[in-house]
Write a protein of this length. Structure first.
Length: 163
């Protein structure tokens, strides 16, 4: 019976010891997780120095917006003739010759969405991109220049009158 009393008297202190071990283990686990998460969050993810761009492109200015200025033909556009619409793309006053995409969206005023035509611009030099298109019908045409460059997008819209 004495042996049994010793087991019972050791029981509650054994429970205290087990509880302390669990508490200590939980504290260690939380400390390790905190250290691991803190390590993951420091240093910016290892992307510093390349501006979010692909390898070899260097730092590209993403703080100054790209600008797209559309130039319509100086002479009136006649029905059935080809006209050139130009867009000059700049950033901080300098030409942008590395635009990802320059797309001209053209449609006659009042036409449904499925009648919008999208035409890829031809790249020249000094940030100049050109659309050459023959306009078969007289009327007012809307033209949006969709310019995507240096992680930015701009889309100026102009109206072109065809006689």
């Amino acid at each position: 019976m004495n042996a049994h009393k010793q087991e019972n008297s050791a029981g509650p202190s054994g429970l205290k010891l087990t509880f302390r071990r669990r508490r200590f283990g939980t504290a260690v686990l939380l400390l390790v997780l905190t250290a691991a998460l803190a390590g993951c969050g420091s240093g910016g993810g290892g992307h510093e120095g390349h501006g979010g761009q692909g390898a070899g492109q260097g730092t590209i200015d993403t703080l100054n917006p790209i600008m797209a200025k559309v130039k319509l033909p100086a002479e009136p556009v006649k029905q059935g003739t080809e006209a050139a619409v130009e867009v000059t793309v700049t950033q901080d006053g300098k030409p942008v010759d590395d635009a990802d995409e320059v797309l001209f969206e053209v449609w006659k005023e009042g036409a449904p969405d499925d009648k919008h035509e999208k035409i890829k611009g031809t790249h020249g030099k000094d940030g100049l991109y050109t659309l050459k298109k023959k306009f078969d019908e007289p009327g007012t045409y809307l033209i949006i220049s969709h310019v995507t460059a240096r992680t930015m997008h701009t889309m100026p819209q102009v109206k072109l009158q065809v006689e």
